[in-house]
Design a protein around this ligand. Structure first.
Ligand code: PDD
Length: 284
């Protein structure tokens, strides 16, 4: 049985229990990170930790576990569960307290949970990765930069996409694409520029996004961090997404429009290849 981590203990998954008063459960008062694992090692771990601290600090959530211990727990779980490829999920809540909209005392202990999931995602062909997306109104709150567990709209969006026969949704606010339901969104213009929304409160600052943009810079590709609308996306030469669980994956259809020739494009394929090679090398 899978071993998970809860508040200092490694336990079989069926024995890990949290309070019904946990603010993560009652208020969605919790933040999380998902780190990919390749060859038993963590990808972009420092970036995920840095974003975790930012999310905690934006929510004024006290947290006392140090980075070395967090890394040790990630590694121990990978070893206990013999995960070669997959992910580690980390969630930190503000802890359990009587239901009150006001935050509890600063010394209320966090609930800290980690678990692993085995998943094979590195050896897929571009055709297997190809995604069709629909565009949907972005109905999330205005702090999408904080990685909270309040994922209901993202979850609804994916379900709406699935019902419509698509793989995922790209979200649109004021006519402009923000990001995917659980990924960052990109297009490649006719003249070869990579366009993705700039960092703001309207999107999550993807750890994969930062690494992939760095790869693109090193390849000498032109980058434009700016807003783009649905019409520009549909007319693009290529489209793709990035996230910790999809790396770089091509988007071949947006609503009813085929992107480019309707097949996975070369820019996304090259970026995926380079990102994966770099990540394997730098993984810890
Ligand atoms: N989601 N935007 C949103 C809304 C996301 O939920 C995610 C990641 C990203 C990409 O961030 P990163 O490259 O750091 O994974 C962008 C994770 C994978 C999830 O919720 O499972």
């Amino acid at each position: 049985m899978r071993q998970v981590y809860l508040n200092g203990q490694y336990l079989p998954e069926t024995e890990a229990k949290v309070s019904i008063f946990d603010r993560g459960f009652v208020f969605g008062d919790a933040v999380y990170e998902v780190t990919a694992v390749l060859e038993g090692k963590l990808i972009d771990f420092a970036g995920h930790l840095a974003r975790l601290h930012r999310s905690l600090s934006e929510l004024d959530m006290p947290f006392s576990m140090d980075d070395a211990s967090l890394l040790a727990v990630h590694r121990e779980l990978l070893s206990l569960n013999q995960v070669d490829e997959g992910l580690v999920y980390l969630q930190v809540t503000r802890g359990a307290a009587d239901r009150d909209f006001l935050f509890p005392a600063a010394d209320t202990p966090n609930t800290i949970v980690l678990f692993t999931q085995k998943k094979k995602f590195s050896d897929k062909t571009p055709e297997q990765l190809a995604m069709r997306v629909i565009t949907l109104e972005d109905q999330r709150w205005l702090r999408c930069d904080i990685k909270t567990v309040q994922l209901l709209y993202s979850s609804m969006a994916k379900n709406i996409a699935k019902k419509a026969g698509a793989d995922d949704a790209w979200l649109v606010r004021d006519g402009l694409i923000t990001e995917g339901s659980s990924s960052n969104a990109y297009i490649v213009t006719a003249d070869g520029a990579i366009v993705t929304r700039g960092i703001s409160n309207l999107i999550l600052s993807g750890i994969t996004r930062a690494a992939v943009l760095e790869c693109a810079r090193e390849l000498g590709l032109r980058l434009e961090e700016r807003a783009f609308d649905v019409a520009e996306a549909k007319a693009a030469k290529e489209a793709f997404i990035t996230s910790a669980t999809t790396f770089v994956s091509p988007v071949v259809q947006i609503d009813d429009a085929a992107i480019g020739d309707g097949k996975p494009g070369p820019v996304a394929a090259r970026l995926r290849e380079i990102y994966l090679a770099r990540s394997r090398q730098a993984a810890i």
